[in-house]
Design a protein around this ligand. Structure first.
Ligand SMILES: Nc1nc2c(ncn2[C@@H]2O[C@H](COP(=O)(O)OP(=O)(O)OP(=O)(O)O)[C@@H](O)[C@H]2O)c(=O)[nH]1
Length: 403
């Protein structure tokens, strides 16, 4: 996972202790999902098992009668609801919402069953108050859930418990006050600790994302860098295309006579031209599908999944035409226009079955780029990749000519 990051993207809402930006929050949740699901499974089943085990105290307190049977049945129901939630999460390993739903539903059903035990065994109210404090802490700190859901469930259940205690009228005034204060403290400390935990995990995620971006992206243009292309992206896209027998196109492009831009207008002006070129190309590709890589100084590479040679050529030609019609302001009143040369290749895994090193595809696109440079620049050269190179004469488009 990698996405362009800015400080603003990592702003956290003080109310929810989550990232304000929903996309960043979704990245964060998915990043933690395997760990959260494992923790959810373990904690929910452990809590549900303990809850069933406490059925022994129902039998010891009430004997074996209809109320006891109802309580034990409720405890077993909680266990099965928790288990069903775990199965649902196992079947939907990528769903964050189902993890939160399982946590919340199990907690609510468990608290309802607990309320029944409290009403059925009113003499043990002080013990139930202690159990309630522990349950509140478990909700805040032990079962992974959104903080706002945990707060809502813990506070509402505490209020309901206090109301039930008042109705049962088993405690003296000062006992009632002590119990309410202890439950309030459990909620306060639980909430503060859960909030801190939530903030610390998000800060860790922010640091990790920033480091990942530094290692995978070019700081000037925000494009992915060559390291990311060679170590992750190309291998991943080639494997996917091979698995589903799809086409994959690669475009390599390089600004023509870029040295003269630096020489005539200065290095900062050259930087502006590079950024403008990268932004222009980024605006023309499919978001979250295609990738734009800064391959070298003024050389860029595009990886286009599910794209054949015709599609790659069409895009390269549109980019070539757009760049040659564009000018970049490099100083007040000073504009620079540049052109670029393009090499395009595509491999179709419906027909190519032989394995080849991933560099071979880039090498062919690079050779086509240099053919475009030698052929006069501001041109697109394209050739299908067959697993071997140089089988056909490259097709040349651009400058109004196609052959
Ligand atoms: N401003 C700026 N210039 C860069 C950057 N990276 C590389 N360059 C410059 O890009 C220029 C590349 O020049 P050459 O390799 O000679 O290529 P060219 O002038 O574009 O000529 P052709 O590619 O043959 O059309 C060099 O002057 C590098 O210093 C950068 O990040 N910013």
């Amino acid at each position: 996972m990698s996405f362009p990051v800015s400080d603003a993207a990592f702003a956290i809402s003080p109310l929810t202790a989550e990232f304000r930006d929903r996309t960043v929050e979704a990245h964060f949740s998915h990043h933690l999902l395997p760990q959260s699901k494992a923790q959810l499974r373990m904690t929910v089943m452990f809590c549900a098992s303990c809850f069933v085990l406490f059925g022994i105290t129902d039998v010891m307190s009430l004997g074996w009668n209809e109320t006891t049977m109802l309580l034990v049945a409720c405890r077993i129901l909680v266990f099965f609801i928790a288990a069903a939630g775990c199965v649902v999460n196992y079947l939907h390993p990528h769903s964050v919402g189902k993890a939160y739903l399982t946590a919340s539903v199990t907690e609510i059903i468990c608290l309802l069953a607990f309320a029944l035990a409290v009403v059925s065994r009113p003499a043990e109210l002080p013990w139930h108050a202690m159990a309630m404090s522990i349950m509140v802490l478990v909700i805040y700190l032990y079962i992974p859930n959104r903080l706002i859901y945990a707060i809502a469930i813990a506070i509402v259940s505490t209020i309901v418990f206090v109301i039930v205690a008042l109705i049962l009228d088993r405690l003296k005034g000062e006992e009632m006050l002590t119990m309410t204060m202890l439950l309030t403290l459990a909620n306060g400390f639980g909430c503060i600790a859960a909030r801190r935990y939530s903030l610390i995990r998000r800060e860790e995620f922010r640091v990790q994302s920033v480091l990942k971006n530094l290692s995978e992206r070019d700081p000037l243009t925000g494009c992915h860098n060559r390291r990311y292309l060679q170590q992750e992206l190309l291998n991943m896209e080639l494997s996917r295309a091979r698995r589903f027998r799809l086409s994959l196109a690669v475009i390599v492009c390089d600004i023509d006579y870029f040295k003269s831009v630096n020489d005539n207008y200065g290095h900062p002006a050259g930087d502006r031209v590079l950024v403008a070129f990268a932004n222009m190309m980024r605006g023309m590709i499919r978001e979250n599908v295609d990738s734009l890589i800064r391959f070298g100084g003024e050389e860029f590479l595009l990886v286009l999944p599910e794209t054949d040679l015709a599609g790659g050529m069409h895009l390269a030609e549109r980019m070539r035409a757009a760049l040659s019609a564009m000018s970049t302001q490099v100083a007040p009143g000073e504009h620079v226009g540049v052109t670029a040369s393009f090499g395009v290749t595509a491999v179709n895994f419906a027909t190519v079955s032989a394995r080849f090193p991933q560099e071979a595809l880039i090498e062919l696109a690079d050779q086509l780029l240099y053919a475009a440079k030698n052929g006069g620049r501001n041109t697109v050269r394209a050739l299908d990749f067959h697993g071997r190179q140089g089988v056909h004469a490259p097709r040349r488009i651009g400058n109004g000519t196609t052959s």
